[in-house]
Write a protein that binds this ligand. Structure first.
Ligand SMILES: Cc1cc2nc3c(=O)[nH]c(=O)nc-3n(C[C@H](O)[C@H](O)[C@H](O)COP(=O)(O)O)c2cc1C
Length: 214
């Protein structure tokens, strides 16, 4: 079976927000799709190891912020490569509470406020089926998963349902490449070292987390 055919499924990118014991938590997802229209419902797939799943199940409510192409890409890494168990992902960014759920601050293509209706145990992941209770209009072109891979040159961790485990977006004209040890982002230079004050554009860690590759 050629699993690369799965790469032809297309997705968007989203930030889930929820409260756990009063603390705002959340994570990046690419799996969010509308299931019904009369009573609008969506489904999201959350890994059982993700703290955000615990929050969503505990609280029964969550937000989905839809990334746009001009959203700050650092939010993807911060919410996608770190766990809310030991990191306050909202630090320095903040959130707005809408209908009792946290929505991370920033520029987004829109937001969905959702209430959990059903869960389906899918082994490593739980499929959450949720009813739409409110929306917030946003701006910008919604970011696709292809844009994240091809333009931002981002990757995904093992917890993402669509984990590919390969390296994407290699620029053969670059003379030196440095890989971020936290999120896998590859910084390319024309031959010079990465500056000492370099900050990963995806997950915001500093230069010491980068290792030269190739
Ligand atoms: C591009 C991208 C897509 C992701 N998609 C999903 C997803 O659809 N479902 C999921 O459970 N995790 C997904 N993840 C992984 C979670 O965001 C990640 O495991 C996060 O650290 C969980 O944080 P938490 O423990 O605070 O919930 C994705 C990560 C990235 C970077």
């Amino acid at each position: 079976m050629d699993l690369s055919v799965l790469y032809n499924l297309s997705y968007g990118l989203y930030i889930v927000g929820a409260f756990k014991n009063g603390k705002a938590v959340g994570c990046t997802i690419n799996t969010c799709f509308q299931i019904t229209s009369d009573t609008p419902r969506v489904a999201v797939s959350l890994n059982k190891n993700n703290h955000t799943l615990e929050a969503v199940l505990q609280n029964g409510r969550f937000s989905v912020s839809i990334l746009s192409e001009d959203s700050d890409p650092a939010v993807i890494g911060r919410f996608g490569f770190m766990s809310s168990r030991d990191t306050d992902k909202y630090e320095g960014r903040g959130y707005e509470v809408i209908d009792y759920v946290p929505c991370v601050n920033g520029r987004f293509a829109g937001r969905l406020i959702l209430e959990v209706e059903q869960t389906v145990d899918c082994g490593t992941h739980m499929l959450i089926i949720a009813r739409l209770t409110d929306t917030v209009k946003g701006e910008g072109t919604p970011m696709t998963y292809a844009y994240y891979h091809n333009v931002i040159k981002g990757k995904e961790p093992k917890n993402a349902p669509t984990y590919r485990g390969d390296s994407t977006g290699k620029d053969v004209t670059a003379k030196r490449r440095f890989e971020c040890g936290v999120c896998g982002y590859i910084a390319e230079t024309e031959g010079e070292d990465l500056p000492a004050d370099y900050i990963c554009p995806i997950c915001s860690v500093d230069r010491s987390n980068f290792t030269e590759i190739d």
